[in-house]
Design a protein around this ligand. Structure first.
Ligand SMILES: NC(=O)c1ccc[n+]([C@@H]2O[C@H](COP(=O)([O-])OP(=O)(O)OC[C@H]3O[C@@H](n4cnc5c(N)ncnc54)[C@H](OP(=O)(O)O)[C@@H]3O)[C@@H](O)[C@H]2O)c1
Length: 299
């Protein structure tokens, strides 16, 4: 389907590896509410194998997805990890249950309450060691602080990641859901390779952080990248542009993100091979300047 994902999407270097800018987010390889086993584990294993077959070189996961389940499925699918594939994991969020509950047939979203942050240095260290074991690797290419824990000085949290890096347990350090001020404080302690914030067609609250990352050559990993919300309604700009190219709204959302900046590395998440293939085809979709401008203005 795709000649070379890295040729089409471009590459970005993290921890000495050049990875295709279109990656894969492995949060959806879990049960409802990012909790427990997925409905179809074998399909999830196929998704990860197919992603790598199609040229994905950046797989994003976290200790808290499942917890543990996402990392275990990645190991089952691709262990030993191919040299040109970078697995990025995270620590710093704990879980107290699913973040979505089915109550009287309705889905109730609990949101951040289901993901309490814990940034104590000894906990971050333990989780890095546990991720090593679950992934079956001898080092973690990119280790991301999932959230800054407000109860612990930021410098202590990043300081522990720096110690893990100096020891060779992790190669590069990333942050997640941070402000420019927090990135700057973290950079006084360690080199920051990537920032992972929520950013997509409908949520531009991290536009300033993206601009900062572009200026400083820091990888920007937008999460929830295929969300298009109202813009994808029938007759809306995403819907019209997708129809004009004979493609899907997800591809339009991803192609727009790739065009935002050369430091952007979207990690669309799915538990289905068909959706994975659809998302990766976004690398072949070239939007015109006018289409990009229309989408940018449509926030
Ligand atoms: N740093 C953080 O705090 C944070 C927070 C959330 C997520 N993340 C990371 O970001 C990744 C992506 O975020 P996300 O999974 O929330 O959002 P997403 O990738 O924007 O969307 C995933 C959702 O869209 C569906 N989907 C995906 N591709 C589709 C397609 N082509 N057509 C129709 N539906 C499609 C998926 O369902 P199906 O499974 O049915 O395809 C899933 O429900 C995660 O996997 C995770 O690695 C990070």
């Amino acid at each position: 389907m795709i000649a070379s994902l890295s040729d089409m999407a471009g590459t970005f270097e993290i921890a000495g590896k050049k990875v295709a800018r279109l990656g894969f987010g492995a949060m959806r390889l879990t049960g409802l509410g990012v909790w427990g086993e997925p409905e179809d584990r074998q399909e999830c294993v196929r998704v990860v194998r197919r992603a790598v077959e199609l040229g994905v070189q950046l797989i994003d996961t976290a200790d808290s997805y499942g917890p543990s389940v996402s990392e275990e499925i990645i190991r089952e699918a691709i262990h030993p990890c191919p040299d040109d594939v970078l697995i990025a994991t995270k620590a710093g969020l704990t879980r107290n249950g699913p973040d979505v509950l089915r109550t009287n047939g309705k889905l109730v979203r609990l949101g951040p309450a289901a993901w309490p942050p814990v940034g104590r240095p000894e906990y971050l260290r333990q989780q890095a060691l546990m991720s090593l074991r679950r992934l079956g690797v001898d080092h973690i290419d990119l280790f991301q602080l999932h959230r800054v824990d407000p109860k612990v000085p930021l410098e202590d949290q990043v300081g522990e990641l720096k110690r893990l890096q100096d020891e060779g347990t992790i190669l590069a350090i990333g942050l997640s859901q941070v402000t420019i001020d927090q990135v700057e404080r973290a950079r006084t302690v360690a080199a920051i390779a990537t920032v992972q914030n929520r950013y997509n067609l409908t949520d531009r609250r991290s536009a300033d952080v993206l601009e900062y990352c572009t200026r400083h050559g820091i990888g920007f990993i937008p999460w929830a990248p295929v969300a298009a919300g109202e813009l994808a309604r029938s007759g809306g700009p995403v819907d019209r542009i997708a129809a004009a190219h004979g493609t899907s709204p997800s591809q339009v959302a991803l192609a727009w993100l790739l065009a935002r900046s050369e430091v952007v590395l979207p990690i669309p998440g799915t538990s289905r091979v068909t959706h994975l293939e659809d998302n990766l085809s976004a690398a072949t979709l070239v939007l015109s300047d006018a289409e990009i401008d229309e989408l940018t203005a449509a926030a």
